[in-house]
Design a protein. Structure first.
Length: 262
């Protein structure tokens, strides 16, 4: 009998940022092959959860734990977590002066600067509409919104993480780029494989849920006031939010009706 493997587990996570309590006991469990969506109003703590999972230093874990692939990573630094198999696509990644997109991709592929990119990466560059001229530009310097997003996805495809977090992948991107990005997001999330063969998992942060028109998610969670207020089928959660806003999630959490699950 096949046993479901939990890839990421967040247990009773309490986090402070510069002395301010932001997360108040978050519980979240994502199994191998699953894609989850995190929704919530501005200031709810979505980015704090995202960056705490990544291990950013200013996000102070007061209590609780983060387990990845069965290992407690709460005290590991960001580099160590990435080496374990965690990848990330930022909403607004920084520009990196003096480092070309091409050389960054080579580094992620374990190559030396003088090496050629593997044929697979060359094909992905063409698919994502990156010319040789673009690949020789400094990472994110002067990039358009669509170029930034496509560059982030290309880097993740080179990294091949077990678990990927996407921060607003559909933000500031036109419809053509969203469809192009979604196709590669589905590759990163093993969506081209049969459900029983999927191993890679992910967490998408989104405000409007537009990306879900192109990427199928298994479960949606609403973060409110630093806790998961409710969880459920993505279509149903989004429909409730569209009808009632986030008020319904607050009512759900307060009444203890049992829809809040992680």
């Amino acid at each position: 009998m096949e046993v479901d493997i939990v890839l990421l587990e967040v247990k009773d996570l309490v986090v402070e940022v510069e002395g301010k309590r932001v997360l108040n006991g978050v519980n979240l469990s994502i199994k191998e092959g699953e894609t989850h969506v995190l929704l919530g109003p501005n200031g709810a703590g979505k980015s704090t959860l995202f960056l705490t999972i990544l291990g950013f230093p200013k996000y102070d874990v007061v209590s609780g734990s983060i387990l990845f692939n069965g290992e407690d990573i709460t005290d590991l630094n960001t580099t160590e977590r990435v080496q374990k198999g965690i990848g990330v696509s930022f909403q607004n990644p920084p520009a990196v002066r003096g480092v070309s997109v091409r050389n960054l991709l080579k580094f992620e592929c374990g190559l030396e600067p003088e090496d050629e990119l593997p044929l697979e990466m060359q094909e992905l560059c063409k698919k994502l509409k990156f010319s040789d001229e673009f690949l020789d530009r400094d990472v994110n310097r002067g990039f358009s919104g669509g170029e930034v997003k496509r560059s982030e996805i290309l880097q993740l495809l080179a990294q091949k993480p077990l678990f990927t977090m996407f921060d607003e992948p559909d933000s500031g991107v036109d419809i053509e780029n969203v469809e192009l990005l979604a196709e590669e997001l589905n590759v990163l999330l093993d969506k081209q494989k049969k459900p029983g063969q999927r191993r890679r998992a992910g967490l998408l942060i989104t405000h409007l849920g537009y990306i879900l028109n192109f990427v199928n998610a298994d479960k949606a969670h609403v973060l409110m006031n630093g806790v998961i207020a409710c969880s459920g089928a993505p279509d149903e959660v989004l429909e409730d939010i569209r009808k009632e806003g986030f008020k319904g999630c607050v009512d759900c959490a307060q009444c203890g009706s049992g829809c809040s699950e992680s």
